[in-house]
Ligand binder design. Sequence first.
Ligand code: ADP
Ligand code: MG
Length: 140
Amino acid sequence: MERTLCIIKPDGLDSGVVGKIITRIEEEGFTILAMKRARMSRAVAEHFYAVHKGRPFFDDLTAYMSSAPVVLIALERENAIAHWRKLIGATDPAEADEGTIRDLYGRSRGVNTVHGSDSPENGRIEVSEFFSEAELIQQR
Ligand code: ADP
Ligand code: MG
């Protein structure tokens, strides 16, 4: 079964929409394998977004992601990667389809409320960066 890492970014906590996002997760039939609130260090954020190192937004992105707490959620579902990305919408909230999480709550291209993994391989890798296998618990 596919897994995706959901990160509710600092603006999602500032805006008080964690519950609304979790409601969408439940409505869409994802299994929450594990969940926690955490504060990323700058080093963890830089490692997590290493693929973007050298891009003009890298410093702002890693500073932002380590600026305040986030909520990390390990999600499982058939077709989890594509399904979650459809639910969150395009990277830039201004381009996100109506009713998607980034459309509803995102503030800018950089401050866009949620993360989703981009492939089944990366979904597994990203989940395992924040959760041990013992913490990932099946529903039934
Ligand atoms: P996504 O999160 O949709 O997979 P990317 O992997 O391309 O998007 O980028 C990772 C994160 O970096 C984005 O969610 C966003 O927060 C930030 N980001 C990407 N592109 C830009 C940009 N042009 N300007 C500012 N921030 C950006
Ligand atoms: Mg990405």
